[in-house]
Design a protein around this ligand. Structure first.
Ligand code: NDP
Length: 284
């Protein structure tokens, strides 16, 4: 039976670290870090994410600003808000909750956020820096996976790492982070000819596809480390992209869903906001 990689405990540890740094800074008379979250429209899942982000900000001692805009907000109005947050010296991080309602151009919104306040690390400048191995911020979900691997002392260097999924927010940056730790990385996607043949090679398998229980025990190697990023609802119940039941009997380590990668994403957002704050106060 695999060791369960506990994202709840590890994410709490990350948040505690952030909290104690903030405490030290505020005790010296410095202002608190501030994260501005922008939500356009009323996507139910997005509302829950925004609420959770606000709660985490309070937990670690940040100021959190919330901008709830109606679904019919136009690009110009959104740009005006982003411009004002970019130039507001009391705001350290800006996060626009995705997806945006139809009619708004996500990439142009991402491009508009100051790279120094882009705590999601989605801006092309930050993506470029990650590619060059000189990141300012690490994208939250892949960074959360890396922290889990290091927390459980899982060696990456030289090992076969397979990432299933190639999205800009998870799969692609995930593969770059594993590569930067000297993993031998293969990326699979929907056109991969024989998925099982590739996943079976993995010492470390990271799955981020959004297909419930797609990875079954026959697709993994005995003793593999299996990281499940997926979040799917089946009959109202949350489950991952990995069939936990069968894979946990064959893997050496595995993340559960819920309670694995999910809680890490917000914790890493807190860490990025603290990083943005430190960069910001060092400049002013
Ligand atoms: P996207 O839909 O943007 O990307 C999915 C990727 O998976 C694509 O690259 C796609 O390939 C690939 N894919 C889809 N079906 C298959 C298949 N049958 N076999 C192989 N590859 C496949 O998703 P995201 O990356 O945004 O998210 C992936 C999952 O992770 C979702 O369940 C999402 O909810 C979850 N998630 C969880 C987070 C967390 O905090 N835990 C944060 C972000 C996402 P192609 O490129 O060829 O289309």
């Amino acid at each position: 039976m695999a060791i369960i990689i506990d994202g709840k405990i590890t994410s709490q540890k990350v948040k505690d670290e952030v909290f104690s740094e903030v405490k030290k800074l505020t005790e010296k008379g410095m202002r608190k870090p501030c994260l501005a979250v922008v939500l356009v429209g009323d996507n139910e899942a997005s509302k829950i994410y925004v609420r959770n982000k606000k709660r985490s900000c309070e937990e670690v001692g940040f100021i959190s600003l919330e901008y709830l805009l109606p679904a019919d907000t136009n690009q110009e109005e959104l740009n005006t808000l982003i411009d004002s947050l970019n130039s507001d010296d009391t705001v350290d991080g800006i996060l626009v909750q995705l997806p945006l309602p139809e009619g708004l151009d996500e990439q142009s919104v991402i491009n508009r956020i100051s790279p120094q306040k882009d705590v999601d690390a989605f801006h092309p400048q930050n993506v470029g820096r990650i590619t060059l191995g000189k990141p300012s911020f690490l994208p939250c979900t892949p960074a959360g996976v890396m922290r889990l691997l290091s927390e459980y002392n899982i060696e990456i260097s030289g090992r076969e790492c397979v990432v299933v999924g190639r999205s800009n927010i998870v799969g692609k940056p995930m593969s770059l982070l594993l590569l930067s730790e000297n993993g031998t990385v293969t990326v699979c996607h929907s056109r991969t000819y024989d998925l099982a043949q590739v996943t079976k090679r993995a010492d470390i398998l990271v799955v981020a596809i959004g297909v419930a229980k797609k990875i079954t025990a026959d697709m993994i190697k005995e003793g593999a480390v299996v990281i499940d990023v997926g979040m799917n609802r089946v009959d109202g119940k949350l489950c991952g992209d990995v069939d936990f039941e069968s894979c946990s009997k064959k893997a050496s380590y595995i993340t559960p869903v819920p309670g694995g990668v999910g809680p890490m994403t917000i914790a890493m957002l807190m860490q990025n906001t603290l990083t943005a704050y430190k960069m910001h106060i060092n400049q002013s």
